[in-house]
Design a protein around this ligand. Sequence first.
Ligand code: URA
Length: 210
Amino acid sequence: MNAHLTVVSHPLVQHKLTIMREKSTSTSQFRQLLREISHLLAYEVTRNLAVADIEIETPIQKMKAPKLDGKKLALVSILRAGNGLLDGILELIPSARVGFIGLYRDEETLEPVEYYFKVPDQLDQRLVIAVDPMLATGNSSVAAIDKLKKAGANNIIFLCLLASPEGVECMKKAHPDVAIVTASLDTKLNQKGYIIPGLGDAGDRMFGTK
Ligand code: URA
């Protein structure tokens, strides 16, 4: 993955995203669609994984056939909304290693503060896919990537459902080496930092909280 921003324009992704955006979509429908769209995004984000031929034996004969090569990739969920994307991706890549990063925004300094950090070992040898459905201001996403790099990660993709131009710019400035994969580049942020037109609060919509 080398382009800084990839928008996955596949019709199924766009169709499912449209239903997710609808405010009348229920929590259970939202979750189901998120799971389905995660599969499709995972397919896109893993398109350049290395494979190597191994010797196998079919019921008919021996052959060389490709299998994923190298260290298991690491999926890192940025809490809490990242978990919605994570679950679907894990169904497609069940052997992936998994990490979690929890950050909250200090109301006085407005800086992201870490409250949880647990990631797989040997991050320097893995493709690391950081997942968070919304790349909004980009501040917490950039902070999460800072922490992953400090832990050794050097091959990182940021996967989200929606991105704002502000968030993409923020990430590009701080981490030009991190490719962003998203289902949509939306128009802008509103004054509260919500993506417009967006889908509302992704965590609330997937977990049924308000
Ligand atoms: N986080 C969300 O859940 N929604 C937005 O629109 C922005 C950030």
